[in-house]
Design a protein around this ligand. Structure first.
Ligand SMILES: CCCCCCCCCCCCCCCCCCCCCCCCCCCC(=O)SCCNC(=O)CCNC(=O)[C@H](O)C(C)(C)COP(=O)(O)OP(=O)(O)OC[C@H]1O[C@@H](n2cnc3c(N)ncnc32)[C@H](O)[C@@H]1OP(=O)(O)O
Ligand code: NDP
Length: 452
């Protein structure tokens, strides 16, 4: 990841100093010396730290995404040299709306009241009231990110603030090289599950917009926002949508198809089954495919592991995957429209050279190429698989295909045999097929004898 920057700037280490901090602690548990240095020397703050788990307990999510933001704003107000405070939110902070503008929307309950209540409510009560508090938000993550924005608006004081709202972050597009990715958030985890053959069906709407945004595009836009906010000092807090849907849309159908097509060329090693996922769109088919394609193979495989004296693990893994899928479903069955006036305005404010260096013009992205590089990046940087292993991986998939055919043939014969034993209709069909084949073979043999 950092090879290129080390080449261009060999003394890069001298320019960076990491400071230990914990958002769960008062003053973030930053040491006195570090705090002093931060207070007196900081020019720009990029506030990215957060919990991004969808299933986080509300108390923890509020602490990290709301209370910590409030504390950081307080700290920022004591920094005389501060030029800009850039808060990273998410495009889904208002995902209860269909059309989202670059404005901060009010929350039904004031963030301050939520912060206060977290101090005296116990966990059991918080669990009980969480669904009522989050209302039409899908999880505690989007809910607390929305609260975080309101805190920024209400407690920003005289600070020069901007908010960046990225959609679903994916692997890098160009910088420092295509396809770099280091976590399993968003689509990356599902790409692994599909490529390894665990994921066979996803409840998704193929025509819904897949609002992915490459990580380097988000970084470039965020840096440009830092510059604009510090230099132009806009009168109000500007919100910037870092999204792809309205400028260069791609849908989940196209994305899924390209992911699968890439597995043909670049398969993952030691797959459980051949990658062959599909989208389902209703409850009944989702339950059916979950039972047939996810749970049943896991149970059979665990039975095989037990028989061979090993510890069963597939059912547990599959349950985890199905839980993850159920959490992501909300986002892959809907489309949103994000306006991008501020982002487009910012692009026009950059010089041609800066537009090239800090490129965030998503219209230039070729989705097919991007997705191919993404899958390749998942293989290299997440799974740490070597490209030299591709021929063996292909061989393995061929073996899995043969096992699949053999298994299906055996299953068909068993079911058929049982049917014949129990049903007169099935017996009649069977005799018809056998006599038809016999007649066909006799005719074929007779006609070839005549020719000779
Ligand atoms: C017509 C054509 C048909 C073709 C059809 C083809 C169909 C094919 C499909 C093919 C492939 C799919 C491609 C497209 C599919 C679409 C999917 C895209 C989904 C994207 C939706 C994202 C919406 C995001 C909206 C909001 C945007 C934001 O603001 S982002 C913040 C993003 N946050 C997340 O993404 C976090 C979500 N995750 C969680 O909340 C939790 O992980 C979980 C609740 C989902 C699961 O929790 P669980 O406790 O079960 O597991 P966990 O402990 O989290 O982890 C399990 C193991 O993984 C390790 N781990 C965890 N995190 C990381 C990490 N960041 N990096 C590395 N490793 C990680 C963790 O340590 C665990 O390991 P072990 O301890 O060893 O078990
Ligand atoms: N991923 C996505 O698709 C999107 C992400 N975002 C936003 O981007 C930002 C980064 O997210 P992403 O990179 O995906 O998530 P990660 O979980 O990878 O990053 C979260 C960061 O927060 C830090 N952090 C978490 N808990 C604490 C804590 N208690 N004290 C100090 N630091 C902490 C982590 O530090 P450490 O590494 O040391 O654990 C990490 O650097 C978040 O604000 C998120 O809301 C917005 C839209 C989309």
């Amino acid at each position: 990841m950092f090879e290129k920057v080390k080449e261009v700037c060999p003394n890069v280490h001298e320019k960076i100093r990491a400071i230990s901090a914990d958002l769960n602690q008062n003053d973030f548990a930053i040491s006195k010396e570090d705090l002093q240095e931060l207070l007196s020397n900081t020019n720009v703050i990029f506030h990215c730290a957060a919990t991004v788990r969808f299933d986080d307990h509300l108390r923890h999510a509020v602490q990290l995404n709301v209370t910590a933001t409030q504390q950081l704003l307080l700290m920022a107000s004591q920094m005389p040299k501060l030029e800009a405070f850039i808060h990273i939110s998410t495009a889904y902070s208002n995902c209860n709306l269909k059309h989202i503008d670059e404005v901060i929307y009010p929350c039904p309950v004031e963030p301050k009241k939520i912060i206060d209540s977290m101090e005296w409510l116990d966990d059991a009560i918080i669990d009980e009231i969480t669904p009522k508090l989050i209302g039409d938000q899908p999880n505690t993550y989007t809910y607390t990110k929305a609260l975080g924005e309101v805190v920024v608006q209400q407690e920003g004081g005289d600070l020069n603030i901007a908010i960046v709202r990225p959609s679903i972050m994916g692997a890098t597009w160009q910088e420092p090289f295509p396809g770099w990715v280091d976590n399993i958030n968003g689509p990356s985890g599902l790409i692994i599950a599909a490529g390894k053959g665990f994921l066979r069906s996803v409840r998704a709407t193929p025509m819904a917009v897949a609002d992915l945004i490459p990580a380097d595009t988000v970084v470039n836009l965020t840096l440009a926002v830092g510059w604009y906010t510090a230099v132009h000092r806009p009168k109000s807090t500007l919100v910037y949508h870092c999204t792809s849907g309205n400028l260069n849309p791609c849908n989940w159908g196209k994305m899924g198809f390209q992911v699968l097509a890439t597995f043909e060329k670049i398969p993952f090693e030691r797959a459980f089954r051949r990658p062959n996922a599909d989208f389902t769109t209703n409850n009944i088919s989702t339950h059916y495919w979950n039972a047939v394609s996810h749970r049943a193979p896991a149970i059979i495989y665990d039975f095989y592991l037990r028989l061979t004296g090993r510890k069963p693990r597939m059912t547990k893994l599959m349950n985890r995957l199905l839980r993850t899928l159920s959490m992501l479903e909300y986002f892959i069955n809907r489309s949103w429209e994000w306006s991008t006036h501020n982002t487009e305005m910012l692009m026009s404010e950059l010089s041609p050279e800066d537009q090239r260096v800090f490129n965030f013009d998503i219209r230039q992205l070729n989705w097919l190429e991007y997705i191919e590089n993404y899958v390749l990046g998942v293989k290299k940087y997440l799974l740490k698989e070597d490209m030299a292993g591709i021929p063996e991986a292909k061989q393995h998939l061929k073996r899995l295909r043969n096992i699949h055919y053999l298994f299906n043939t055996a299953l068909f014969l068993i079911v058929w045999r049982l049917l014949i034993a129990r049903s007169q209709v099935a017996r009649n069909v069977w005799f018809f097929i056998v006599s038809f084949c016999y007649k066909f073979l006799s005719y074929f043999r007779a006609s070839s004898t005549l020719k000779v």
